[in-house]
Design a protein around this ligand. Structure first.
Ligand code: ADP
Ligand code: MG
Length: 690
């Protein structure tokens, strides 16, 4: 690091301060300047007391009218100030005699704090304050005051002092930041220079609308947003590049896969064949596959996973298939075990809840290599699980996994310099530009075709007041030999409440439908109980399954053709789509009843999207349009970086261009690409060993 860039060149920075700054990932002046404000305070002007509203954080100036100590439940100092437009109460629970004496009537005072409602009008509790006979506007700052992320031992005031020094150097050009964005891009997009952008963000002029700053809507942010997205994208591409430099076993499909395909009661769809081919091409390379398969609910991802696993088995390697829930893992195991019996391939099941002896047996079979395919939950990746020759890791339905978890999984299967291939499967439809940015370290395949003969699920939206009718509908369906899901949702409440609601519903339904075989499944049941219920449902021994959203992903019961979802208005469209995907899997006509308590205009529109289409991508697109930036990706931490100011959804329109600029940089200017990543990842990239 150059001398100018060293933090010790700042006043107030010694060894202790360096440690504290390190906690914030600040190791250089550059890192400090990229430590961006969380929000701003306006201390540039005093607000008339008569204009205050509760909840505002404001600067006020006035004169002390009255100051007295009250002895209520707690001793406190109350001080009333006024400025001719109104008055305000200051409340102190901790104060010295000296303070009490200073806050004497007639003294002028300036305070900064949040305004709160109190029984006797508006008040500030423990405001920051200054006293002075003559407070003039001149000693107020002339820019907004940033509020930074801080840490123990380094509070706002200290941070601002350090930042002010850094900003001053930038201002006086005694410290220079390299401009890493191509000049023609700045020109074309009319972006400010990096220096201008940073100066502005650390010291915004008072006349700006602070909402514009807070939501990064001000044009000055565009430079930083673009840089951050670029760095994010580059870091993922670099990761991909590094993975490609590792080796992986060459896995070619052969007789097993052929036999398996022939044993299926259906032929693969065109899309399945294409994706299978893409996977085969990857696995025949001596570097690790890193592929994401997106396929709508019911598009047939499981057979693709099994085909990939068989390529590993063919070459004497093991494959693991990991599912996010016990129910789904169990279901995969049952299916795959049945399929593999015909091929004489041993499959093992590993969940967190196995008995010690079963677990020992499973672990031994994996470590010694008799077991070729392992199916399970994340229990597959606990430290005591060893594989003899792991060739492939399949992660099913884990779209919410961030890069860090993906890397951790990959590391688990590492043997020396050799990595297993990795296949990630998701039913969560993500618009293309978004997935391009979020999964830039992966290759993407899309199964964009459903098996033939699927009938769309007829969807109706019904108020809860018509519950009796719906119960009768369930009754008729069961009498016709169809199977039904009744899903109880209470998203904001605790899991316990959700399970309770399901139990209550099951009881009421049992009372109303005496000749219907009802069972209940929810997250608080023991795994063995859950499995038994799911198995019984699958085998048709149960007509009506009352469930919480534990059945959301992956569950596959062909004969189930009616689903009731309670409180549908409270679920996201993606989740409703997943749930609804549990029916309409067989060849009979299926229906889904979305029951609601109260419908806002927005909720009405959202539920009607469900009625109009069953295309997951279309639903995601409409959801995005209706809700604005929402929850599609589930987390901001999709990449290596925790994004500071960019937002993959809000800034979607930039992504295409980001990718283009990134590809050019990777081709022509790697040093610049590295510098961008280092600038935005700070310490994170320095220590990441991937
Ligand atoms: P998802 O993509 O949601 O994981 P599954 O793999 O569970 O879907 O498949 C859904 C159902 O479709 C399963 O019962 C599966 O056996 C069946 N299926 C898969 N591929 C085909 C196909 N090509 N033709 C007919 N049915 C298929
Ligand atoms: Mg699935």
């Amino acid at each position: 690091m150059t001398e100018e860039n060293a933090l010790v060149s700042l006043r107030g920075v010694g060894p202790r301060m360096l440690e504290r700054l390190a906690k914030l990932n600040i190791f250089s002046l550059t890192d400090l300047l990229f430590h961006l404000p969380l929000r701003y305070q306006d201390r540039t002007r005093a607000r008339p007391l008569g204009s205050l509203r509760p909840g505002e954080e404001v600067l006020v100036e006035g004169r002390v009218d009255l100051s007295e100590i009250k002895f209520g439940r707690r001793r406190m100092l109350l001080c009333r100030i006024s400025d001719g437009t109104g008055s305000l109460l200051l409340r102190f629970f901790h104060f010295s005699n000296q303070q009490k004496a200073q806050l004497a009537p007639g003294v002028s005072i300036r305070c900064f704090s949040e305004v709160r409602r109190s029984p006797s009008g508006l008040e500030m509790v423990h405001p920051e304050y200054q006293l002075g006979a003559e407070l003039s506007g001149q000693d107020r700052p002339d820019s907004l005051t940033p509020v930074y992320p801080v840490t123990e031992g380094l509070h706002q005031i200290g941070m601002r002092k350090l930042m002010a020094q850094a900003v001053e150097r930038l201002q006086q050009n005694t410290f220079e930041l390299a401009e890493l964005l191509p000049a023609d891009l700045l020109d074309k997009k009319q972006m400010p220079s990096l220096r201008e952008a940073l100066l502005f963000i650390h010291q915004p002029p008072a006349d700006i609308e602070s909402g514009e700053l807070q939501d990064a809507r001000h044009p000055v942010y565009q430079h930083l947003i673009f840089e951050e997205l670029l760095a994010h994208y580059l870091s993922l591409r670099q990761l991909r590049h590094r993975m490609h430099a590792h080796t992986a076993p060459v896995l070619k499909s052969g007789a097993y896969a052929q036999q398996f395909i022939e044993s299926l009661p259906f032929t693969l769809t065109g899309a399945q064949q294409r994706v299978y081919q893409e996977i085969q091409n990857d696995m025949q390379q001596a570097c690790p596959m890193q592929r994401l398969v997106q396929g709508d609910v019911g598009s047939g991802k499981t057979v693709i996973a099994v085909l990939a696993a068989l390529a590993a088995v063919e070459q004497g390697y093991q494959a693991v298939i990991m599912a996010p829930t016990e129910i789904l893992a169990e279901q995969h195991f049952k299916n795959i075990e049945t399929w593999m019996k015909a091929l004489d391939i041993r499959v093992t099941w590993l969940s967190g809840k196995l008995k010690a002896s079963q677990r020992r047996e499973a672990l031994a079979a994996l470590a010694e290599g008799q077991c070729r395919i392992a199916v399970g939950t994340h229990a597959l990746f606990q430290t005591d699980v060893e594989f003899s020759r792991l060739g492939l890791v399949v992660v099913d339905e884990q779209h919410r996994f961030g890069v860090h978890q993906r890397l951790a999984l990959r590391e688990k299967g590492r043997q020396g310099n050799r990595y297993p291939h990795q296949l990630i499967m998701t039913a969560t439809p993500i618009p293309r530009t978004l997935s391009m940015a979020a999964y830039a370290d992966l290759d993407i395949s899309v199964i964009d075709e459903l098996p033939p003969g699927r009938k769309p699920v007829e969807t109706v939206v019904v108020p809860e007041s018509r519950r009796d009718e719906i119960v009768q509908r369930v009754h008729r369906a069961c009498q016709e030999g169809r199977q039904v899901y009744w899903v109880c949702t209470l998203i904001e409440e605790s899991e316990a409440l959700q399970c309770q609601a399901a139990e209550d519903t099951a009881e009421k339904l049992a009372a109303a439908l005496v000749d219907v075989k009802i069972a209940l499944v929810h997250g608080r049941m023991k795994p063995a109980e859950k499995e038994a219920v799911m198995q019984a449902f699958k085998q048709g021994e149960i007509d009506l399954l009352v469930a919480t959203t534990v059945i959301e992903v992956g569950v596959d019961v062909l004969n189930a053709s009616l689903m009731i979802i309670e409180n549908a208005e409270r679920l996201g469209l993606a989740q409703l789509h997943q749930l609804r995907g549990r029916v309409g899997r067989g060849d009979q006509a299926s229906a889904c009843v979305l029951m609601y308590k109260k419908l806002s205009q927005l909720a009405r529109e959202r539920l009607s999207v469900m009625r109009e289409t069953s295309d997951g991508f279309e639903i995601a697109r409409r959801d995005l349009a209706l809700r604005g930036p929402g929850e599609i990706l589930g987390t901001k931490q999709t990449g290596l970086l925790q994004l500071k100011i960019a937002d993959l959804q809000r800034d979607q329109l930039l992504l295409e261009e980001v990718a283009m600029v990134a590809d050019k940089l990777l081709e022509n200017d790697r040093a610049c690409a590295e510098a961008l990543i280092a600038r935005w990842t700070g310490a994170a990239s320095r220590f990441a060993d991937v």
